[in-house]
Design a protein around this ligand. Structure first.
Ligand SMILES: C=C1C[C@]23C[C@@]1(O)CC[C@H]2[C@@]12CC[C@H](O)[C@@](C)(C(=O)O1)[C@H]2[C@@H]3C(=O)O
Ligand SMILES: O=C(O)CCC(=O)C(=O)O
Ligand SMILES: [Fe+2]
Length: 329
């Protein structure tokens, strides 16, 4: 049976969103990834090789956490920026209808925070670390395919940043509680736009790339050049890959960081999404690669360190275009 989103958005989503099948040959996959990164900054990934077991174990651990009482959950907060947060997103007044856990992704930090999150911290940290390892490897594989497709002299120039022991990558688990529908909800949602509740507002991700997985509840939307919001059909067996601002800068704008948001108005069932944000080390310099600047063209962005970019991101609102601050004059 087609998912409700697919039925509602046949014209947009069904024809719009590229799907990359990682079981295809390397050159074919690489070519399709480049096309998707250039035109969408977003794609769906199937046959990705990450074990269903690793995904469902983390999902179970996360559902157990969000099912706890508020005081228990607040032991893991406040998110500043790491830890448990509810409603408030970032330090500048953004809010959404969600709860979340934001975690540093290195094993030592996961182990350190686990006792405030789980009654069985060693299992929690094992499950998180196993998941992070899998999605990090997947992210690096995608970035190596990008390096190959672009014929870069150093094919691992992007993945090296994420593989670095000092990589600033993070894991985020968002939980959008179920919505209590009244009898005439369908009718009122059409006539009353206030039912369009924002779960996580419009933004682009600042990092290199994001690997997102959600349960079977819809909510994620992406906005392409035409400015229209396209619902993304949830597929728990797939991952969605989002290009971040840092990769847009390194490719001198050839790849676009996709604007996206999550709605929280649509389901009687809670939505859970898990994002791995692959990031460089804080002291890494991000700048357009010389191979990405065509002859007689200029660099579109000034060089910046990841620490400088993060500082800028945290000084702005969620919807702000942070990369604009680093445009070359
Ligand atoms: C409002 C904010 C939340 C955010 C930091 C920021 O000041 C602007 C970027 C936001 C974002 C979006 C993608 C990720 O979810 C996130 C962890 C990130 O790296 O940048 C969040 C930040 C956050 O929630 O701390
Ligand atoms: O929850 C989602 O599906 C998207 C959340 C998101 O974009 C983020 O956390 O950066
Ligand atoms: Fe995001």
């Amino acid at each position: 049976m087609p998912c409700p989103t697919a039925m509602r958005t046949k014209k947009t989503e069904a024809v719009g969103i590229p799907t990359i099948d990682l079981s295809q040959t390397r050159p074919t996959t690489s070519k399709s990834i480049l096309h998707a990164c250039h035109h969408f900054g977003f794609f769906k990934l199937i046959n990705h090789g990450v074990s269903h077991h690793a995904i469902s174990r983390l999902e179970c651990q996360a559902f157990d956490f969000f099912a706890k009482t508020a005081p228990e959950k607040h032991r893991a907060g406040p998110a500043a920026p790491f830890g448990y947060g509810t409603k408030a997103i970032g330090p500048n007044g953004d809010t959404g209808d969600l709860e979340y856990l934001l975690l540093r992704s290195d094993p030592a930090s996961v182990l350190q925070t686990s006792p405030s999150i789980s009654n069985d911290p060693s299992t929690f940290s094992y499950v998180v670390n196993e998941y992070v390892k899998s999605v990090k490897d997947l992210g690096c594989e995608i970035l190596d395919l990008v390096g190959e497709g672009l014929w870069l002299p150093n094919k691992s120039v992007f993945s090296d940043l994420i593989r670095d022991v000092h990589s600033d990558s993070v894991l985020r688990i968002n939980y959008y509680p179920a919505v209590k529908h009244t009898e005439n909800w369908e009718l009122s949602s059409k006539s009353n736009p206030s039912n369009n509740r924002i779960g996580f507002g419009e933004h682009s991700d600042p990092q290199i790339l994001t690997i997102l997985r959600s349960n079977d509840v819809d909510g994620l939307q992406i906005s392409l050049q035409d400015g229209l919001w396209r619902p993304v059909c949830p597929d728990p067996s797939a991952f969605y890959v989002l290009i971040g601002d840092a990769l847009q800068a390194m490719t001198n704008g050839r790849f676009v960081s996709v604007r996206h948001r999550a709605m929280a108005n649509s389901s009687k069932k809670a939505r859970m999404s898990i994002m791995y944000f692959g990031a460089p080390p804080l002291n890494a310099w991000i700048a357009p690669l010389s191979e990405m600047i065509p002859p007689n063209h200029q660099s579109l962005y000034k060089p910046f360190t990841w620490a400088q970019y993060k500082k800028a991101a945290y000084s702005l609102r969620l919807a702000d275009s942070r990369l604009d601050l680093f445009k070359a004059s």
